[in-house]
Ligand binder design. Structure first.
Ligand code: MG
Length: 452
């Protein structure tokens, strides 16, 4: 029987004897994406809350359990270095990162201090939140402007929208592609070309859809026509007409086109003063990013799929980005994201934080943002999910006020407990079970050494 989650600080002896005893999960839906929540249990009753990156799988974290059982969770960096080899880019970084967050939550609760204090103290008392906004189905730039205006009326001070070839795919004469390819995309991989975009649904990672969705930007052969560029330009002009020119507007989910057309698009967009262009090329093509950044006056942004600081450093050292956009739950967790933000500060590169997760992932991002010398804003994707905040108890209500989250002083992440009743209602139908035992992972151990 597991005791209720403890949040009172531990004595010196309890800290010395603290051990990890269990790791359990539940998957909830409609946050708006699928979120895998983690509980990391200890022998002192403290439970650390963590989360695997949105739309990933608990397997990425569960495989770490056998490497952590019996260890003192307060040695966060030591344990992170033990398991970091089992993470990788994008969702595959979600296990290591989510567990690292849970370790910091335990450390904060054990010492009775907030996570931002453990990361070096804070630079700010509240963190700006930018609001991602989708409009369903066929729509105009005016419609998007109205949706964004509603966000501004809610108090948000920084905006982002999707803008890309999904708006053109049913408009004749706007795209050139190997004949038949666009039709295949529409029938087999509709998610990649229809707003709202975002994480791939699991069924988009199987069969023919997998084949299409994994053709990267340089290889699709899709080209923008002048008519296509005219339509996209007119869309942004209409959007700006509604929201005005005072508020920053970032753009994401362009679609998979070659870097040359991305440059043509970026040059057309310069007059609309966009905050940044996000992920318009695969992040690992450093040369594409350098060409793009040197060809336009719009800030170029990437990073939500990069695991560990080394690849951020490579991009920044090459001059490929003006904005980095790490997700704490992919980058390697809270300390690694703090290191990434510190590096960006030295390179003169702006940091914004990607976040499309539950309040656990959100609070992990808030503590990191508080501890960074500069951060523009962190993302929020759940403005239309009224119960989003309700899964976590103990946070200020509403959590987001006038477009900011106040940095909490409570121990750990600042979450007292989880709303188990609500979690039960939100459990993914195809991944049932809440905090069920995971002993099948206890003995999953092998020779982890990377050399002989
Ligand atoms: Mg994005």
């Amino acid at each position: 029987m597991i005791s209720p989650d403890r949040i009172t600080p531990l004595s010196a002896r309890e800290r010395q004897n603290l051990r990890i005893t269990d790791m359990r999960f539940c998957d909830i839906d409609t946050m708006p994406k699928r979120c895998t929540l983690i509980k990391l249990y200890t022998n002192a009753g403290i439970v650390g809350y963590g989360e695997v990156r949105d739309a990933a799988t608990r397997t990425y974290a569960a495989m770490l359990k056998s490497r952590l059982l019996g260890e003192n969770p307060l040695n966060v960096d030591k344990l992170f270095r033990r398991v970091k080899q089992f993470g990788f880019h994008s969702r595959q970084g979600g296990g290591v990162s989510g567990v690292e967050v849970a370790l910091w939550d335990i450390a904060g609760k054990a010492w009775g201090v907030p996570c931002w204090q453990l990361l070096g103290g804070k630079f700010r008392d509240r963190v700006r939140v930018y609001c991602d906004t989708d409009v369903e189905g066929k729509h105009t730039g005016h419609d998007m402007g109205l949706a964004l205006k509603k966000r501004m009326d809610m108090g948000f001070t920084f905006l982002k929208m999707d803008l890309g070839i999904g708006l053109l795919i049913n408009e004749p004469g706007t795209l050139t592609a190997p004949l038949g390819f666009l039709e295949e995309m529409k029938t087999c991989a509709s998610h990649s070309v229809s707003a709202p975009h975002g994480s791939m649904a699991p069924d988009q990672m199987a069969g023919k859809a997998y084949e299409i969705n994994t053709v990267a930007h340089p290889f699709t052969g899709i080209r923008l026509t002048e008519k296509g560029l005219d339509l996209l330009e007119d869309y942004v002009r209409q959007t700006r007409e509604v929201i005005g020119w005072d508020v920053p507007l970032a753009v994401d989910h362009f679609g998979h086109i070659c870097v040359e057309d991305t440059i043509r698009f970026a040059r057309r967009m310069e007059k609309y003063n966009l905050a940044w262009l996000e992920d318009v090329a695969p992040w690992h093509y450093t040369d594409h990013y350098v060409r793009l950044r040197n060809s336009t006056a719009i800030p170029i942004c990437t990073g939500e799929d990069i695991y560990l600081k080394e690849d951020f450093q490579k991009l920044m050292a090459a001059g490929g980005v003006s904005v980095i956009h790490p997700d704490v739950l992919t980058a390697g967790g809270m300390l690694e994201t703090k290191k990434i933000g510190d590096l960006a500060y030295e390179y003169g590169v702006m940091t914004a934080l990607h976040m499309a997760e539950s309040p656990i992932g959100a609070m992990a991002a808030v503590h990191v943002a508080a501890a960074l010398p500069q951060v523009m804003a962190m993302e929020f994707h759940s403005a239309d999910v009224p119960y989003w905040q309700d899964i976590a108890n103990g946070l200020p209500r509403p959590l987001i006020q006038d477009g900011f989250i106040t940095v909490p002083d409570a121990p750990g992440l600042g979450i007292e407990s989880l709303n188990e009743e609500l979690i039960q209602k939100l459990v993914c139908k195809n991944i049932p079970g809440v905090w069920e035992e995971t002993s099948q992972w206890d003995g999953d151990i092998c020779n982890d050494r990377l050399w002989s």
